[in-house]
Design a binder for this molecule. Structure first.
Ligand code: SF4
Length: 374
């Protein structure tokens, strides 16, 4: 630098993503984290399966002091899809519709069966990679085609987009989309949450921006840092969180500015707002969370598959005896706390939904060894 001070690059340049998993830089960030960590226990909760996958795949927990733990909360959309939605999809598929959904959804247990079971029993259940693929199927058949739309704010705009783009009349949708900030609020309202800070999800934040997280530091005193998905993104976000704790200055901080704008993606938010309205919905293993889901607005009611097929929302069994998914999904347990983990419950034979999806905590811990310090 011209004034002679040594230039310290605190964060790697982002035009080479390999730098974002550079072990030398990771060790440097780990030293920063060590210095910033308080002496009391710190429980950081993230709500994103991709965060958990990066943390476990790269062994990031071993870079953290023993008193700093990072747990996954309700970050897997497959895990939190309630049994009643699975049951509705199974019923509609067995009524003769072509049922399109994402791959993991076919293996989530319903009350009586999974969608994969229904397919084995003769139902036409197809795995798609996008809502647009379901539209394409509908345009090439006279049969009814139903898209089972799950996911958080990241996938919801795609479902909205197909309904705004003159969809074929034989297409309808089972809406099971959910909103992340109300779930984060619900966790903070649990009496035994012990949450010290939130590591907010990068991809959801690309859509919703920074502002929906403001109540967490303002009303609960919870530092909230948006984090990206590369190893250094996450360590950097943890360092920002610990700095906020050290300085006793909780706020929303964007640790992923190369992707997240403060206002989010206005176009995507507009699409969501035109098609959907917030409503109370059940999160599997957690219960009903106020205004945490989406329903079709009245002008799109003709695309509601439940109405079209006369399937009402009966209640299904949301918990499995012995399965600790409710505690895992609320960040009050880790997969290895469950006695069924890796014994009777495996990805090939999942007992609970947390072992099904690739973004689910039990599934991720199984794939990377299930060791707590991973
Ligand atoms: S290991 Fe299986 S049974 Fe245990 S909490 Fe996870 S999904 Fe449920």
């Amino acid at each position: 630098m011209r004034d002679g001070r040594k230039q310290v690059r605190k964060y790697p340049r982002v035009n080479n993503l390999l730098l974002l998993s550079d072990p030398t830089r990771a060790r440097a960030l780990a030293q920063v984290i060590e210095k910033l960590a308080p002496e009391h226990p710190v429980k950081i909760v993230h709500v994103c399966g991709t965060h958990e996958a990066t943390i476990t795949e790269h062994g990031l927990r071993r870079f953290l002091p023993d008193n700093v733990e990072v747990l996954e909360g309700p970050g897997c959309p497959v895990c939190v899809t309630p049994t009643r939605d699975i049951d509705a999809a199974v019923k509609i598929a067995r009524k003769g519709a072509i049922l399109c959904t994402f791959g993991d959804m076919t293996r989530v247990p319903g009350t009586e069966m999974t969608l994969a079971d229904a397919r084995a029993d003769g139902a036409d259940v197809r795995v798609v990679l996008s809502a647009a693929e379901a539209v394409n199927i509908a345009r090439h058949t006279d049969r009814e085609v139903v898209f089972f739309g799950v996911g958080f704010e990241t996938t919801t705009p795609m479902t909205a987009a197909i309904l705004l783009d003159d969809p074929p009349p034989n297409l309808s949708v089972i809406v099971s989309h959910k909103l992340i900030p109300p779930a984060m609020t619900a966790l903070l309202d649990l009496p035994d949450n012990r949450i010290s800070a939130y590591l907010a999800p990068g991809h959801v934040s690309v859509i919703i921006g920074e502002y929906p997280y403001v109540p967490f530091p303002r009303d609960y005193g919870i530092p909230t840092v948006i984090g990206g998905f590369e190893p250094l993104d996450i360590l950097y976000a943890v360092a920002l969180i610990l700095r906020q704790i050290k300085e006793a200055s909780p706020k929303v901080e964007n640790g992923y500015p190369r992707a997240v704008k403060p206002e989010g993606n206005r176009r995507a938010l507009e699409l969501i707002g035109r098609v959907f309205a917030p409503t109370d919905v059940v999160w599997r293993g957690i219960g009903t969370i106020s205004q945490s889901g989406l329903r079709l607005r009245d002008e799109f009611a003709q695309f509601d598959a439940r109405v079209r097929f006369g399937v009402t929302g009966e209640e299904g069994e949301e918990t499995v005896p012995g399965c600790r998914c409710p505690d895992v999904l609320t960040a009050r347990a880790v997969p290895t706390d469950c006695p069924l983990f890796r014994t009777t419950c495996t990805p090939l034979h999942p007992i609970g939904p947390c072992m099904v999806g690739v973004e689910a905590a039990c599934n991720i811990w199984y794939r990377y060894g299930g060791r707590p310090k991973l």
